[in-house]
Design a protein around this ligand. Structure first.
Ligand code: SF4
Length: 362
């Protein structure tokens, strides 16, 4: 989502007459489009901002919503802070900052973090980092409130884009030579705009002339269904890749995480996907060491990974995100124990991936 947002920001700036450079030495202004999903991501931004020598510095993205004007205290060289839903304002803010920069009487800090919605127009600037593949946002925000996750607080309530505008954007991409797209959203399967749900949307996308391949991220198990898999099996352009974050294999931890499904539900879903989408790839996210996770909970996760044999798994050690529900729990799994469990699952997944690769290459 942040990669696409960065493209949108670049497109808006280009339209306003700015030139984009990846070389910091050549830049008059630098905008850090930030992520708050883990502490590590935020730490990297604070130190990059500290090292930055460029005249004008802006911060956009999730950290902007997470810290708002407190950013100016923590990083006094930052000139402007723009939230996830305010990015359309960046060109005007930059012009305003430029106008007064260097004049001690007029210099000011600007922060804008309170917009309710994004305008669809921002997705049509045509700026893409890849000339063959494009990300297409279908929904913004999230209202699932998984206990560990900061996204609903920094990206706001759930909003779905009009399917007509999504299709218009895809057609514009195709006209530019792009042939593959990835539909993007925090929870794509929940898509609903007027009479169109996610199944309706993928069918519409599949029928777009000139499009060769499409996929989507990220799916939420509670909103994923057999009907969706059956519809996808009929979509010749579907890339047969499903990223379906399980997070834990323990029913007790899933409940604490507020994930809205059980271990059994997930196991059945994964089996149905493999049965219906022939040669489909399945990947997942797992959090190790969530508050109160016991050895038994961990073993449930380990066994689930072993049972499902994911093609890929992204395994994270739990870290507290301020303001989330889980921040009220005690982060009581010792660091060394988190490391041990993390390594065990990582080693298991590595051996699964090795076996799968060897089979593919034979
Ligand atoms: S579904 Fe859960 S994990 Fe995903 S963005 Fe929403 S709150 Fe976060």
């Amino acid at each position: 989502m942040n990669v696409r947002d960065s493209e949108v920001i670049c497109g808006l700036l280009q339209k306003a007459g700015y030139k984009i450079t990846e070389d910091e030495q050549k830049a008059d202004a630098v905008i850090f489009n930030t992520c708050s999903v883990r502490q590590h991501a935020e730490d990297k931004v604070w130190s990059a901002v500290g090292r930055c020598k460029v005249g004008i510095i802006g911060i956009s993205g999730c950290m902007a919503n997470n810290y708002r004007e407190a950013i100016f205290e923590k990083a006094p060289r930052v000139d402007f802070v723009v939230g996830t839903r305010d990015i359309a304002k960046i060109p005007a803010i930059l012009k305003e900052i430029e106008r007064h920069k260097g004049n001690p009487l007029l210099e000011k800090k600007i922060y804008e973090t309170d917009a309710e919605l994004r305008e669809d127009e921002i997705y049509h600037t045509g700026f893409h980092l890849d000339d063959k593949h494009a990300f297409v946002v279908i929904s913004e925000g999230c209202e699932n409130y998984c206990a560990y996750c900061v996204v609903p607080y920094v990206r706001g309530t759930l909003h779905f884009r009009d399917h007509q505008d999504i299709l218009k954007e895809i057609k514009e991409d195709i006209a530019k030579g792009i042939s593959k797209i990835t539909l993007l959203g925090q929870n794509v399967n929940a898509y609903k705009y007027k009479d169109n749900d996610f199944i309706g949307l993928v069918q519409l996308v599949n029928s777009v002339k000139g499009l060769k391949e499409f996929g989507f991220i990220t799916s939420h198990p509670k909103d994923t269904s057999l009907e969706l898999f059956k519809a996808l099996a009929e979509c010749k352009k579907f890339n047969k890749y499903l990223h379906l974050p399980v997070q834990s294999g323990s029913d007790r931890i899933l409940k604490l995480m507020n994930r809205g499904y059980t271990r059994e539900f997930y196991l059945n879903l994964a089996a149905s996907y493999r049965r219906i989408i022939k040669d489909g790839t399945l990947s997942t996210d797992i959090i190790i060491g969530f508050p109160s996770e016991t050895e038994k909970d961990f073993q449930d996760t380990y066994n689930l990974v072993n049972d499902i044999q994911f093609d890929k798994a992204y395994i994270f050690k739990y870290s507290v995100r301020p303001n989330t529900k889980a921040a009220e729990f005690t982060d009581d799994v010792e660091k060394a124990e988190k490391e041990r469990r993390h390594k065990l699952i990582l080693d298991l997944q590595k051996s699964i991936s090795r076996k799968k690769n060897a089979k593919k290459n034979n």
